[in-house]
Design a protein around this ligand. Sequence first.
Ligand code: GLN
Length: 204
Amino acid sequence: IAGKGLVIKIGVLELQGGYALHHNLLKKIGLNSVPIKSSDDLKQSDGLIIPGGESTTLSLLMKKYNLRESIINFAKNNPVLGTCAGLILMSKVVDDERVDPLGLFDLSVSRNAYGRQIHSSKKRICFRYNQAEKIEFDSTFIRAPKIKYIGENIDIVAKHENLPVAIFAKNLLGLSFHPEIDGIDIFHKMMFDKTSKFYYKNMN
Ligand code: GLN
């Protein structure tokens, strides 16, 4: 890619929240990661992770550091993965006016709909990466958002109790939960690891 190095580098947004574990997981699957704190950082990056945290705070900080428009532009043709608060920010409509979402996905979400901090827990997730194969595992929900409305051309790639918890469209993946806490690398491979069978361009 013109202007970028030969080594693939995945950016992790470091404004607030749980970014550290994403760096660890990317390292574990053999990918380089870089912190994203400004739109210049984003220019050096081949992909982006928007981590969990507080979507209200993240929304304010994105504006403060002039990252809002750059992330929206970056997401037009680079892979972006959002977990929990990251999913909230990627959506179009949020049931909390303090959050100004980026509108990357035609989606509406409800904040904290899986309950308060004390209800945080591991839940069973059923993931489908092509028509045939299913993988089940437990992953962590922390004041997680529920996906209320899903627009056209968005695929549900994972469900919990038959409700969508992972949605995918083109180069974008949003998760209600936190695979990085459980060391589950499927979703990071799906978005960023071109050698993986889970890589999204291999999906059907
Ligand atoms: N409840 C948080 C929010 O609404 C998200 C929690 C998380 O990212 N684990 O922003």
